[in-house]
Design a protein around this ligand. Structure first.
Ligand SMILES: [Zn+2]
Length: 152
């Protein structure tokens, strides 16, 4: 692996290099370095070298959606998001229905692994903390065309 390129400008409280193009705007140096190379600014840019001041593009990777979701959940923002309309949801309405119907048949861990989401995502669906707008029961069964559930 190539050597770290350390940011010599300002750093924030977490040790990340920051760029302040104006009084109101503060950008993370490593995120901007990633964008300069890849042309996109992902919601999360992580260091493979664990060096928050490093801006070597070779050491930067876009965070996964799952990590980002965990991050959002940690910050309490996930609760405000609802369904697929927010554009960030990984699950479709169909998969949520399946997850509800698999309750009891498959463990929380298994479903979380299956859909590549956090365990809390599954339990929230089960407890109807999320995807409340989706119904359940016979009406859902009737709507489901999936052969997985048509056998009864
Ligand atoms: Zn580095």
């Amino acid at each position: 692996m190539s050597a770290c390129i350390l940011w010599h400008g300002a750093v924030n409280g977490d040790g990340y290099g920051t760029i302040a193009p104006s009084r109101r705007v503060k950008l993370l140096a490593h995120v901007e370095a990633f964008k300069a190379v890849h042309g996109v600014r992902p919601p999360v840019v992580m260091h493979t070298c664990d060096n928050p001041r490093c801006v070597n593009p070779d050491h930067l990777v876009a965070g996964t959606q799952a990590l980002n979701m965990q991050d959002m959940a940690r910050k309490g923002r996930a609760a405000r998001l609802r369904g697929v309309t927010n554009g960030r949801a990984k699950l479709t309405e169909k998969s949520v229905i399946r997850i509800r119907m698999c309750r009891g048949a498959l463990s929380c861990n298994k479903l979380a692994a299956l859909y590549d989401v956090d365990r809390s995502t599954i339990t929230d669906i089960w407890k109807r903390k999320s995807w409340k707008h989706l119904g359940s029961g016979p009406s859902l069964l009737a709507r489901q065309q999936s052969p997985l559930f048509s056998a009864g």
